[in-house]
Design a binder for this molecule. Structure first.
Ligand SMILES: *Cc1c(COP(=O)(O)O)cnc(C)c1O
Length: 425
């Protein structure tokens, strides 16, 4: 698709039907694909020919979403996975092996903290966390000779800190390693991390990309700009892979070396592939992504302004507020809006927070964010329950913290519901 407008890519990107083909991208509900000769199948297995042969590796419905998302982010290729967690795991395991290390902003999704601190550690891959507002010197100090990547979230879930992508990219590149950015909250409609130097973008498509809370999924997008050869730190990219008869990724796939390697090794071996139906649902959601993000942001801005003035609210954290500590970063990276998620502190601590939540009628208690329906969550007792108090404090979660995900209903109805629940405290 030639159009550079994100709106048009959201609606029509990825699926370009030929004469007589379905207008809407079909669900290719097939695990396997038919070929006329065994020689062709052999070429597929040797990665000499491109094509689908087994849905664990690729599927035509997933491919449509991959093309759409790569175009939206401005990358050379993308890979869908079964969940956002699988996307992060795929990325780190494609870059790191036992004995390696990476640097991450501390202010990230709780599930990702566990993945980094516990599961990757068990595999011999270590992480050093840095403050999200780390200076270049702070970041540099976290590096070791075996550091292979830097990780952060554009807008952190749930702390909502905004990442200074250019600073993180600068230090990553000075050390010849890629910057990975989880862009789940802003989506490419509001921020394209590649424009600011990120090399790999990750999504939990379970959030705004699907947008309707119907399909779990993740995605990895490759900018194609990181020079694996020049870096000299990634022999797995530049030396023969014995599991593909000595194929060298940088030679065979050029700028797409990373995303191809992630697919043909990680998806092949780990099997965290997306279901075709989920690819279909994600694509359907993405067709209205540009419209939804606009409304999520305008509604959240109205709600944040309301909460900021309310006497029962101790503090409001929304990067879109003029009073946000990250206002300058927002002007630079997120000028059209930040996301629909707000966190706030309810005066009276944990008990008041719980009472407030239980009094809400339109805004529902759910362990999810970023869908069309407004919802509320108490991170300390749910999503972030596994973290210690110290870890919680490091990512800005206190017992009175409540996280609101503002949907696309009418702002007046959302505010009226919050107002009645705050009145009873
Ligand atoms: C939800 C989320 C994830 C994990 O995604 P799943 O699809 O739930 O596995 C990762 N990063 C961020 C920022 C998220 O919000």
């Amino acid at each position: 698709m030639k159009s550079g407008h994100l709106d048009t890519l959201c609606v029509q990107g990825g699926w370009e039907p030929k004469n007589g083909e379905p207008r809407v991208m079909p669900v290719f509900q097939s695990t396997t694909f038919k070929y006329d000769s065994s020689e062709h199948v052999g070429d597929l297995f040797d990665l000499k020919a491109a094509g689908h042969f087994y849905t664990r590796l690729s599927n035509p419905s997933a491919e449509v979403v991959e093309k759409k998302l790569a175009a939206l982010e401005g990358g050379v290729g993308a890979m869908l996975t079964s969940s956002g967690q699988a996307a992060t795991t795929a990325t780190l395991l494609t870059l790191c092996r036992a004995g390696d290390h990476f640097v991450s902003a501390a202010s990230i999704y709780g599930g990702t903290v566990n993945l980094f601190n516990v599961t990757l550690k068990k595999l011999g891959i270590e992480v050093t966390f840095v403050r999200p507002d780390a200076t270049e010197a702070d970041l540099q100090a976290a590096f070791r000779p075996n550091t292979k990547a830097v990780f952060g979230e554009t807008v952190a879930n749930p702390a909502l800190d905004v990442l200074d992508i250019e600073t993180f990219a600068k230090v990553a590149h000075a050390n010849a390693v890629p910057l990975i950015v989880d862009n789940t909250f802003p989506t490419p409609v509001l921020c394209r991390p590649f424009d600011f130097g990120a090399d790999i973008v990750i999504h939990s498509t379970s959030k705004y990309l699907d947008g309707h809370a119907v399909a779990l999924g993740g995605a990895v997008v490759d900018s194609g700009r990181f020079d694996w050869k020049a870096s000299d730190k990634f022999p797995e990219f530049t030396e023969p892979d014995p599991s593909y008869h000595g194929l060298v990724y940088t030679e065979a796939f050029g700028a797409a070396a990373f995303i191809v390697k992630a697919r043909v090794q990680f998806l092949r071996d780990i099997g965290a592939a997306p279901a075709p139906m989920n690819a279909f649902l994600t694509n359907l959601g993405m067709e209205t992504l540009h419209l939804r993000m606009e409304r999520h942001c305008r509604n959240a801005e109205a709600v944040a302004a309301f909460l900021e003035k309310h006497p029962a609210i101790a503090w409001v954290n929304y990067p879109g507020l003029a009073s946000s500590k990250d206002a300058a970063l927002v002007r630079k990276y997120l000028p059209r809006g930040t996301c629909g998620v707000i966190s706030c502190g309810i005066r009276g601590g944990r008990a008041a927070a719980v009472k407030f939540m239980d009094s809400l009628k339109l805004v529902a208690i759910v362990v999810h964010v970023a869908d069309v329906r407004s919802s509320v969550l108490h991170p300390a007792s749910s999503t972030h329950r596994q973290l210690t108090d110290e870890q919680l404090a490091a990512i800005g979660i206190t017992p009175e913290s409540v996280r609101l995900s503002i949907g696309i209903e009418h702002a007046e109805d959302i505010i009226a519901d919050l107002e009645q629940a705050l009145r009873d405290l």
